[in-house]
Write a protein that binds this ligand. Sequence first.
Ligand code: NAD
Ligand code: UGA
Length: 479
Amino acid sequence: MKITSIDSICCIGAGYVGGPTMAVIADRCPEIVVTVVDSNEARIAAWNDPDLSHLPVYEPGLDDVVARARGRNLYFSTDVGNSIASADMVFISVNTPTKTKGLGAGQASDLRWVEACARQVANFAKGHTVVVEKSTLPVRTAAAIKAILEASQQKPLCDEPSPTFSVLSNPEFLAEGTAIRDLEDPDRVLIGGEESEAVDALAQIYAHWVPSGRILRTNLWSSELSKLTANAFLAQRISSINSVAALCEATGADVREVALAIGTDTRIGSKFLNAGPGFGGSCFQKDILNLVYLCRHFGLPEVAGYWEEVVNLNTWQQHRIASLVVQRLFGTVSGKRIAILGFSFKADTNDTREAPAIRISLDLIEEGAQLAIHDPKVERDQMARDLNQNERADITPSPEAVLKGEGTWCFASTVQGAVQGADAVLILTEWNEYRLLDWKELAAKMRAPAWVFDTRSVVDSVKVAESGLNLWRVGEGED
Ligand code: NAD
Ligand code: UGA
């Protein structure tokens, strides 16, 4: 099949990946019509909202990119069928969460949305279509997609020639909060595929702005597996440094100094060595569990066990933070007000998927704490969904409530409001504004003896000490 040029792209899935990725492609390739489709009408309406502050994804710089391309060659629509029919290339960028039931529940990826996409493409595509896996997928998923597409080619059609397909893997490596920078200046773009014309067609799109040396070509399976293992390696570094943080706390070492000493070895490198409350986000845990499942499936239980420990350590770290808060507050947080600063899984995003704040908050609520939760970007409804309980408007506990040990939470629109009357502040996300807090002012609002628990190494320890507050920092041992 001769692929001439790609004039029209359809991307199925207008989420954190599909929206920003296609916005950048449209911005950099004005001659290509890019349509992002989604079955979620509200999400598409938000992408089309004239007020760019209402885009469904918060990413620094995204609004400018969308402003330049939307309505020119970038469109958002719910019309999946027509968009596929008019596309030369279809990206599949839908969710691939961990299965919650059935075979592989708790580990394997749930591929029902990907399969639905393959069937939609099979139904609506015309002529030759390059189908690109953008979602993160188990290795060998392309074989299933090919099988579905090939089955549609065998269907007798009335007058039109059967559609034909090429399947490529082009995983996305962007990180939330830096998505636009990562897309505009990627370390590499990875394209896996067997058909060189199709690989070239996709490479030519990226070549509009990515130097050719950074466009890597591999076979399909290497590309699929590279995405899972890249995330596993990144997450492994975080679990490694968090394990070291616990040892630092026990021995009097300081994890920031240890990380600096380790990271200045150029063979190791300094990135991803920040100890914290454990990794969150929609992908690290899901992708490692998927890797673990695949290893077991392919008869490699030792390899599975090795990677599984990365997730186990992460879960342990989150519970550990909640327990040490309880321990420092005289062994009980029943009825005590704790200000939680930061609910998103990292700074500069409104995404709370698998955020450490969820597990840590739930542990503290279970212990009877009254949480006042502040985040610059996460809305109160999202917190309620994540905690699976409604907030209580007034969390000032009555003496009876303290004795009953009923924990609860409320939304705080300001840091000052959150800390009013609090016994502790627990910083869980590294939002820049938390680096600039006036601890003297905040200390005056708290109930002494009060604590600051800094899981992100954002506070100035001298200023906290000067304010009379007790300070615990992740990975900081006592002399
Ligand atoms: P998301 O949940 O934000 O978006 C997926 C969208 O797909 C949803 O809006 C959903 O309505 C839509 N959808 C699902 N099935 C559909 C169908 N058949 N037709 C039309 N629309 C459909 O997910 P995301 O965070 O964008 O992640 C997508 C994929 O990219 C996942 O595989 C993820 O692992 C991978 N990934 C995510 C990130 C990230 O930072 N979030 C980074 C790299 C890779
Ligand atoms: C991660 C990868 O970095 C991306 O390359 C990948 O494309 C993406 O997953 C994906 O597949 O979804 P993301 O989860 O958006 O990106 O954000 P990261 O910057 O990787 O942070 C993940 C979590 O690790 C956050 O909770 C962050 O706070 C934590 N983290 C990160 C640390 O605790 N310490 C660090 O040193 C770095």
